[in-house]
Design a protein around this ligand. Structure first.
Ligand code: MG
Length: 294
């Protein structure tokens, strides 16, 4: 099942969809689940149990069509900062090292940082380029993990029980700000720097987070092209490592790092420009498509 946050007639609500159709079922009206927003659903085990009964498509015609609503990011306002992994694919560690951003010594110890997200940008939305302060704008396709249960001292073996579902995140980055400030928080937290979507695919449908192809395509040109199999720290591993000392609350969104092929790694770098179209694609979820604004 796929879960969308959408707007229609000025009202924002959560609706369920299915891989093989364009229909949408508002969860409150159609499934009787009392959830006003995605976090109401994601943070409540009773509502998740109600939802699980609808994992297969209901019989009959869908009440709404995807084309007739406005898409929002699935979690438009995350509860805290989005937690992020840095250089989690070896080939991206190598290209980041060449660009002077990280030491190869980092291999073996996962890099964690966070990203402030005031309002996540939906699929189809515009990413502001902040040209007054940013002259090196970059893209990063990443598998996003949305927790549906608090994770505290989980093991590798039971870590995935805490996952509600998966989405696509584009960890937009201002490389000049990262360099100037010697850390990543500011350069990755500018308003509009977290496109997310188009939906959350439930953990039951997505299956093992390993083995999903992911890529980014800029103005039709394939740039990043990898597979989640190649993460150095995988999803169970990162949940076990982090939750050994940090309670990860239900509703937490985690961006699991990006593979090689970002603009910073190219010679010469092809920084994002106003008018560019950025498509981030993950097998089993779909495409997150955004344009770069002024
Ligand atoms: Mg990233």
């Amino acid at each position: 099942m796929r879960l969308y946050t959408v707007e229609k007639d000025g009202k924002r609500f959560v609706a369920a969809g299915y891989a093989d159709c364009e229909g949408l079922w508002p969860v409150k009206e159609c499934f009787g689940i009392d959830a006003d927003c995605m976090l109401d659903l994601v943070c409540c085990s009773e509502k998740q149990a109600q939802l699980a009964k609808f994992e297969t498509k209901p019989e009959g015609e869908a009440p709404l069509k995807l084309a007739d609503v406005t898409l929002c990011a699935p979690v438009p306002n995350p509860v805290g900062d989005v937690m992020c992994l840095g250089v989690n694919y070896y080939a991206h560690l190598v290209e980041s090292n060449k660009a002077g951003h990280v030491s190869l010594e980092q291999k073996g110890h996962t890099v964690y940082f966070s990203k402030r997200v005031d309002e996540a940008v939906p699929c189809g939305g515009v990413v502001p380029s902040h040209r007054d302060i940013c002259d090196r704008l970059d893209y990063e396709v990443e598998l996003g993990v949305v927790l549906g249960k608090d994770a505290k001292k989980v093991t590798r073996e039971n870590a995935l029980d805490c996952v509600f579902g998966y989405t696509i995140i584009n960890d937009i980055s201002a490389r000049n700000i990262q360099e100037e400030h010697k850390q990543w928080y500011f350069g990755k937290s500018l308003d509009g720097f977290c496109p997310m979507g188009p939906c959350i695919v439930t953990a039951a449908e997505f299956g093992d987070p390993k083995g999903h192809a992911l890529c980014s395509i800029i103005n039709g040109e394939l740039r990043q092209n990898s597979n989640t199999e190649l993460m150095m720290q995988d999803v169970p591993g990162l949940l076990a490592e982090l939750s050994a000392g940090v309670t990860l609350k239900a509703g937490t969104v985690i961006a699991t790092g990006t593979p090689a092929g970002v603009a910073m790694g190219m010679n010469p770098p092809k920084w994002l420009q106003p008018g560019d179209t950025v498509e981030c694609k993950i097998e089993g979820i779909g495409s997150l498509i955004n344009t770069i604004g002024e």
